[in-house]
Write a protein that binds this ligand. Structure first.
Ligand code: CO
Length: 164
């Protein structure tokens, strides 16, 4: 049994709650998220993916670890690019997702201090993917109707795995 919550678990569709207090317990939780992300070879993880409906994400695009609490995208450019994405909560599913290539993100670090990131390309994409999770959005939501019908057997299989 994996610690990662997978589709179609309803927690993945909930809007996560903001964090009101950043304390040692929370910092420990963020460290646990980081460990799970690396263990699963993920480049990002959002708290709902381990069953906690709180606005916390961790990510690492290969240039270092970022843990962010209550992340908000404050700016994005108009230039979008498609790229194939996967998700630990949707095993064996790959979806082309069109996203802005440059964004600004604000939030709190694990000490509760305000931080801001300017992110481009891969890092911008991971931030957006993880923040989507906090709003109950999954990569399959970016499928066109035709793509969705092509993928329906895969999604039904995930549903069956969850039921069994
Ligand atoms: Co994901």
């Amino acid at each position: 049994m994996s610690i990662i919550v997978t589709y179609p678990d309803p927690i993945l569709r909930k809007k996560s709650e903001p964090i009101e207090f950043v304390d040692d317990e929370l910092a420990e939780f963020v460290e646990k998220m980081q460990d799970i992300m690396y263990e699963k070879d993920g480049v990002g993880l959002a708290a709902p993916q381990i069953g906690v409906s709180k606005r916390i994400i961790v990510l690492d695009d290969g240039n270092g670890l970022i843990g962010l609490i209550n992340p908000v995208i404050t700016e994005m450019n108009d230039n979008k690019e498609p790229m194939e994405e996967g998700c630990l909560s949707l095993p064996d599913v790959r979806v082309m997702v069109n996203r802005p290539t440059s964004i600004q993100v604000e939030g709190l670090d694990i000490h509760g201090n305000p931080v801001q990131y300017t992110a481009d390309d891969m890092l911008a994409r991971i931030f957006q993917h993880e923040i989507d999770h906090l709003n109950g959005i999954l990569i399959i939501d970016y499928l066109s109707t035709i793509q969705r019908s092509l993928m329906s057997s895969k999604l039904k299989q995930l549903q069956r795995n969850a039921d069994s």
